[in-house]
Design a protein around this ligand. Structure first.
Ligand code: SF4
Ligand code: SF4
Length: 414
């Protein structure tokens, strides 16, 4: 739960004893060496701002905006300071007083309220993007130096091929011995850019004997609104999802970013949320399915929210090891965020690029031809960096790779 009042935020911030143990784990502090870009420094800024000792001006916000929200600091804090909640709460309180240009305000609202959190519009946008990708226009746009100045244009140009959008059924029945029922959380971006992973998840669950429900009334998890300092909007999505998934004992998430947000809902909901790798690791039915061998070394990118919030980063390795002949190894530097972090690559392109460069170097050094991840945001960011570096490395969700070896065909099963 996100603390909403200045008093509750100050109480949480006051639990920080300024020991500094979190500093070496903070990616932005590692890069800038500036205390104000460290967790301890940011907490001190939050306290100063909330107590009105420090003006919440643009300089103040620049240090908080540079925070990735990766929560690496939270995972190592001996006093269990809830940094993620603090950041979201302070951003929420400060948002109304922030001075943003009209175009920036309009762009934020249009992108998040008007598109990303609206499944029908997102579907339409996915179709348009697909048609655009099929035309010769992206090649022309790549050459335009003017367009390359825009973070959003750069991101759109680097998107992977968008596939046709599936029409989701409400229920996908189990096959063979029936073992249980689960609900599947679709997410916003994943529906458009990673429908393969969602369909692969249904494929694997069905073959292991689990019926999958896809409630049509489900909404965005609220992560984007929380990161933009709009806790009321995020709470609205929380209510919608509570209703959509009522009566379901398990809610499966395929993207660690969404899963971490769902885990922040009230316990009655959060207690039912599981990352797909976590659920499949404990699932039955494996002796009844055939998995074809794959003689590849796969580098595993552990998303920061999977490590620092869901804390199930070991699970994808177990699933990958179910594939005969496959060797799965952690990507060097897994303790550092890749820089995707929701809309961070859009709002902080400089730091996002610096962090991405570290990952690209690590992937090169691994010599792997496949990188497995568990978060669509990381996957898109890494794939874009690899494309730009001219490297022929596939970035794929762990479950999609597993499903392929079980007979899942990206195009035939659509
Ligand atoms: S580790 Fe925790 S208590 Fe220590 S400085 Fe960081 S946030 Fe504060
Ligand atoms: S959330 Fe990540 S970037 Fe932000 S202060 Fe903590 S470790 Fe640093």
């Amino acid at each position: 739960m996100i603390p909403r009042t200045a008093d509750s935020l100050l109480e949480e911030a006051g639990r920080c004893v300024a020991c500094g143990l979190c500093l070496p784990h903070c990616p932005t502090y590692r890069k800038t060496g500036n205390e104000a870009d460290s967790p301890r420094g940011r907490i001190a800024l939050m306290q100063g701002g909330l107590e009105r000792r420090i003006p919440m001006n643009e300089r103040y916000h620049a240090h908080l905006d540079l925070c990735l929200g990766c929560r690496a600091c939270e995972a190592v804090c001996p006093n269990n300071v809830a940094y993620g909640g603090l950041l979201a709460g302070v951003r929420g309180l400060a948002e109304s007083s922030r001075r943003r240009g009209l175009w920036r305000r309009l762009a934020r609202v249009a992108l998040v309220d008007g598109l990303v959190t609206k499944p029908a519009r997102l579907r339409l946008a996915g179709g348009l993007l697909r048609a655009w990708q099929a035309s010769g226009l992206p090649a022309l746009a790549q050459k335009s130096t003017g367009l390359a100045q825009w973070s959003l244009a750069r991101i759109v140009l680097r998107l992977p091929r968008i596939k046709p959008q599936p029409v989701w059924k409400a229920v996908y029945p189990a096959q063979g011995t029936v073992r249980g029922e689960v609900g599947l959380f679709l997410g916003c971006v994943a529906r458009v850019a990673d429908s393969d992973t969602l369909r692969a998840t249904i494929f694997v669950l069905n073959r292991l004997g689990y019926t999958v429900h896809v409630p049509p009334g489900q909404a965005c998890c609220g992560a984007l609104d929380a990161s933009m300092g709009r806790p009321e909007k995020a709470a609205g999505f929380e209510r919608e999802n509570g209703e959509a998934f009522s009566g379901m004992d398990v809610v499966i998430s395929t993207a660690a970013g969404c899963g971490a947000t769902l885990k922040g809902y009230p316990q009655a909901f959060a207690g039912r949320v599981q990352d797909v790798s976590e659920f499949l690791s404990a699932a039955g039915g494996w002796s009844e399915v055939d998995i074809a061998p794959l003689a590849e070394t796969v580098a595993v990118h552990e998303s920061c929210l999977m490590r620092n919030v869901l804390r199930c980063q070991d699970k994808p390795y177990g699933l990958l090891h179910r594939i005969p002949a496959l060797a799965a190894a952690p990507l060097a530097g897994n303790d550092q965020c890749c820089g995707a972090a929701g809309v961070y690559a859009l709002t902080q392109p400089g730091m996002a690029a610096v962090l991405l460069a570290d990952k690209i170097e690590a992937i090169k050094a691994s010599a792997a031809r496949i990188v497995a991840t568990s978060n669509i945001g990381c996957a898109l960011h890494l794939a874009a960096g690899l494309k730009e570096a001219g490297l022929d490395v596939e970035v794929v969700h762990t479950v999609t790779l597993l499903a392929r070896q079980m007979g899942f065909d990206d195009d035939k099963n659509r």
